[in-house]
Design a protein. Structure first.
Length: 102
């Protein structure tokens, strides 16, 4: 491939493709190494987490809905994170959080 014959756009596209290929290659190699290590640990009667002292990360379950917009019950909020606009407006209008709870 003659790089001098390529336009700037073609060179940048090639650069992007090379960056993606490198990242993909590294990810594949890491996954292969991890699978090999897990297999070896299992053959020896352990889990990789036991040997490394690391616990597998648990995904947190989605929060249950605690509040619903009285004007539009399809708008809900779990009570976690930023308060939705409808909740703030209802509170400013004099409604209590308890009146919007489910």
């Amino acid at each position: 491939m003659d790089l001098n014959a390529l336009s700037l756009k073609e060179l940048k596209d090639l650069q992007t493709q090379v960056s993606r290929a490198i990242a993909s290659f590294e990810d594949r190699k890491k996954k292969e190494a991890l699978a090999e290590l897990e297999e070896k640990a299992r053959q020896m009667g352990f889990s990789l987490a036991e040997l490394t002292g690391m616990q597998a990360t648990r995904k947190r379950a989605p929060a249950s809905v605690k509040y619903a917009n009285p004007e539009n019950p399809s708008e809900t909020w779990s009570g976690r994170g930023r308060k939705p606009r409808w909740f703030i407006e209802a509170m400013a209008a004099g409604k209590s959080a308890e009146s919007m709870s489910l």
